[in-house]
Design a protein around this ligand. Structure first.
Ligand code: PAN
Ligand code: ZN
Length: 197
């Protein structure tokens, strides 16, 4: 395949088993890889004792990690909650902060939570048909608030890289929780402003 990939190529995002088999990488993130990330740690441990469920999956078309290339693929966050906090991705800054990303929502419903190193934050709807443009410097986490898979198509620069450490340590400034059957945005008690870190 790789030699063919120095020429234009097509792949599909139809989510059929055949189309998913066209991707180079399939990354599976389970509950056990998110220790410390959900605010209700008792709910987390109780759930993990039952089953190490799959929270989300990523299908990637791998390209050289250099400026000028694009990393593209599908992100699929499954429906569910840990306590009253919705299933979500780990979230990250790009290692090269000066790199943007686009997400095109194909299915499901949810949010993208975003934050800058200075602590500015934003949240946008992920709904079918929406294209979200994430400018350079904004970390991002997708959150599934619906009853079905939240499927997004992403594209970002080949050299962007991923920095998970800051988010692992402090989380995002906000949490998205379910209250009376609806998503609400609340402060994350674990978060600290940059000057206090
Ligand atoms: C996406 C994400 C994907 C999984 O490809 O990597 O949605 O989220 P985490 O990487 O936070 O686990 C992307 O934003 N790449 O840069
Ligand atoms: Zn990214």
């Amino acid at each position: 395949m790789s030699s063919e990939r120095n020429r234009p190529f097509v792949y599909r995002v139809t989510l059929t088993p055949e189309s998913l088999a066209e991707f180079d990488n399939h990354i599976v993130r389970r509950l056990s890889s998110m220790r410390g990330q959900y605010y209700d740690q008792l709910a987390y441990e109780a759930m993990l004792a039952q089953d190490d469920v799959i929270l989300y999956e990523v299908y990637e078309i791998v390209r050289p990690e250099v400026p000028g290339e694009l990393m593209t693929g599908l992100s699929i966050v499954h429906p569910g909650k840990v306590g009253d906090e919705y299933f979500m991705t780990k979230g990250h800054f790009h290692a090269v902060l000066e790199t943007a990303e686009i997400y095109h929502c194909l299915r499901g419903q949810g949010f993208m939570l975003m934050e800058t190193p200075q602590g500015d934050w934003a949240i946008e709807d992920l709904l079918p048909g929406n294209v979200l443009y994430i400018p350079p410097y904004w970390s991002h986490r997708s959150i599934n608030t619906g009853q079905e898979d939240l499927v997004t198509y992403f594209a970002y620069p080949g050299h962007a890289g991923h920095d998970y450490g800051t988010i692992e340590q402090f989380g995002f400034r906000k949490l998205v929780l379910e209250r009376n059957g609806k998503p609400v945005i609340v402060d994350n008690p674990r978060w600290r402003p940059p000057e206090e870190r």
